[in-house]
Design a binder for this molecule. Structure first.
Ligand SMILES: Nc1nc2c(ncn2[C@@H]2O[C@H](COP(=O)(O)OP(=O)(O)OP(=O)(O)O)[C@@H](O)[C@H]2O)c(=O)[nH]1
Length: 584
């Protein structure tokens, strides 16, 4: 089938459809842009002007250098210098290259590798291009990428991929060029897979779209395909008419592959028309231009035509020679189809494998992420637990502190209340009420133990005059000084209390009257010795004492105090500052 070869023609043709970069307003930019715009539509001029541009000395920006290199790679592809084209294109596929030229050179590389039949490597670039499509910022470049992908599918015989391609991935308003190409490759896939009728309106549609886009190369290819289809339907006249109409434009396009393809189709058509001379003429034109295209379909067709002609002319020697060339070209051609299909399937498998590996890695990552999340959650849980523990500990501390504080306050209040209830506020000895309670208990125990208990009551002498003369505070001072002095004269376990005013009582367990008398005398002496100047005044403190004992008054506190009081009044009556032992 001539169609398979023909798809290769489009490879370089498509290069002309790439979008133009955004240029700075400099002469070099303008010049490079102008060169870019004519590179396929007027290839002769492009090659001449590029040579002129290369010849002059200039300092180019990195962007301009990349643009120039891209055009040089394009020229190399177009001129069949595939090795140079691959080398230059590969130099532009690194990350340092501007996105546009990186992508355009990947497309160029894809085409060049296909032209040089490096199917496997070409497929690797196809996968790369497909994967980089979503990251492209330029919508037009993306559309161009899609067109190239479709073209590659056609080239590799993957027609279903083209027919089933989701056109929604194209932009809403593709450029006329991309619109032409996408429609053309779709039609091409339908032709190659036998899914189109010879008079389908799609031919006219694609032809007009591509004329509108000013792409004579594609327009001619469409015409050629139409002619080839008519040939397969044995409508040779229609085929020849189309070929003759396209002939001039094809020559103008100056593309050797297209020209050999057209010549091969002419040869086939004339052979069918039994115009053997013309058939031979065109077959020979193909052979003349066959250098580099020896194993392509035009060569196969040309040899087939020449073989048939030689055979029909009984030229057995040439017939055999052409037949051998025909079969070897045919084998090479079929091998090529097989190799392409194999390369495509391999690339597809690799891509699926890669994607499953990526999926697997993603799954592993997800798993790792979940584990990390879990670890983080556990950590934060542990952290919150630790924080909670700290919080609870702090709360407990606060509660304990508060309880301690309130407990202490309550204990202090209780103690103060108890003190108020039990002690005399001024002298801090027992008050009357508490004294009575303790005294009763003590006397009860002493009675049981048959111990003697004595009771001393004393009252300060002429205390009113102290208050009157030196003031109430001096009186208070005297009361406190009295208590301190008396405490020095009694024992720890003697019960000392203030009965009220300037009157005091001492209950002395296990104490007989002699001992009590001694204590009272000691007190009288001590009180007289109090240095009152500390109060700011100079006066003397004396007191009158009355003493009784349980032996005389019994173990009843009221009786004891009454009797001791009676003795005290005797002391007062007798001139004060003395003691009196109660007598019944
Ligand atoms: N500064 C002070 N004076 C008090 C206190 N309690 C009672 N007094 C005073 O003690 C004085 C007692 O006076 P009186 O009962 O006349 O007895 P006195 O002056 O000591 O005379 P005699 O007992 O007869 O020696 C009164 O003036 C009371 O006001 C007190 O807590 N502080």
């Amino acid at each position: 089938m001539a169609n398979h070869f023909f798809s290769k023609l489009i490879i370089v043709g498509i290069i002309s459809f790439f979008v133009f970069p955004i240029y700075a307003n400099t002469d070099y930019d303008a010049k490079l842009k102008a060169l870019d715009s004519i590179r396929s539509s007027d290839n002769k001029k492009f090659i001449e002007q590029l040579a002129e541009f290369e010849a002059t000395e200039k300092s180019l920006s990195p962007y301009q250098q990349q643009h120039l290199k891209y055009l040089q790679a394009y020229k190399a592809t177009f001129s069949g210098n595939l090795e140079e084209a691959v080398k230059l294109s590969k130099e532009l596929t690194g990350p340092e290259t501007n996105e546009e030229f990186r992508f355009r050179s990947s497309l160029l590389l894809l085409n060049t590798l296909a032209v040089s039949k490096n199917w496997q490597e070409g497929m690797a670039y196809l996968t790369l291009i497909i994967d980089s499509l979503p990251n492209l910022t330029s919508v037009e470049l993306r559309d161009t990428g899609i067109a190239v992908i479709l073209q590659t599918y056609v080239l590799y015989g993957q027609y279903d991929e083209v027919i089933n391609f989701n056109r929604n991935s194209l932009s809403a308003n593709p450029s006329p060029r991309n619109n032409c190409l996408v429609n053309w490759f779709t039609l091409d896939a339908k032709i190659q897979s036998g899914n189109i009728k010879v008079n389908s309106p799609e031919f006219d549609k694609v032809e007009s779209l591509c004329s509108l886009a000013n792409e004579p190369l594609v327009t001619n290819i469409v015409r050629l395909r139409e002619a080839q289809l008519y040939l397969t339907k044995e409508d040779t006249d229609q085929a020849l008419m189309i070929l003759l109409m396209a002939q001039d434009d094809v020559v103008k396009a100056n593309y050797r592959r297209l020209i050999t393809e057209v010549h091969a189709t002419f040869a086939n058509a004339y052979l069918a028309k039994e115009n053997l001379e013309r058939a031979k003429e065109f077959a020979n034109k193909v052979i003349e231009n066959i250098s580099g295209l020896e194993t392509t379909e035009p060569a196969r067709i040309a040899y087939e035509v020449l073989y048939k002609l030689a055979k029909s002319q009984q030229d057995h020697e040439n017939a055999l020679a052409y037949y051998e060339k025909y079969t070897s070209t045919d084998r090479a051609y079929l091998d090529e189809i097989e190799a392409k299909a194999l390369a495509f399937q391999k690339a597809k498998q690799n891509s699926i494998l890669q994607k499953s590996e990526i999926n697997l890695l993603n799954k592993q990552n997800e798993l790792l992420n979940s584990r990390n999340e879990l670890l983080k959650a556990e950590q934060s849980l542990a952290q919150s637990e630790a924080e909670n523990t700290r919080l609870v500990a702090a709360l407990l501390m606060a509660i304990v502190t508060l309880l301690t504080f309130f407990g202490y306050r309550s204990w202090r209040t209780q103690r103060r209340l108890k003190t108020l209830a039990e002690y005399d506020y001024l002298t801090k000895v027992y008050n009357r009420g508490h004294f009575m309670t303790i005294a009763e208990d003590t006397l009860a125990l002493a009675q049981k133990a048959k111990q003697n208990v004595t009771c001393i009551i004393f009252d300060l002498d002429k205390f009113k005059s102290v208050n009157d003369t030196y003031g109430h505070s001096a009186g208070d001072w005297a009361l406190k000084a009295t208590v301190a002095a008396v405490k020095d004269c009694i024992r720890e376990n003697d019960i000392f209390a203030r009965l009220g005013g300037e009157e005091f009582i001492i209950l002395l367990p296990s104490c007989d009257i002699q001992a009590a008398t001694y204590v009272a005398e000691k007190c009288i002496h001590k009180l007289q010795k109090i240095d009152t100047t500390e109060s700011g005044h100079d006066f003397t403190i004396t007191a009158s004492f009355g003493i009784t004992t349980s032996k005389i008054s019994g173990y009843n506190i009221s009786a004891l105090s009454t009797d001791a009081d009676a003795a005290l009044y005797k002391s007062k009556d007798n001139g004060r500052n003395q003691l009196t032992i109660f007598e019944k």
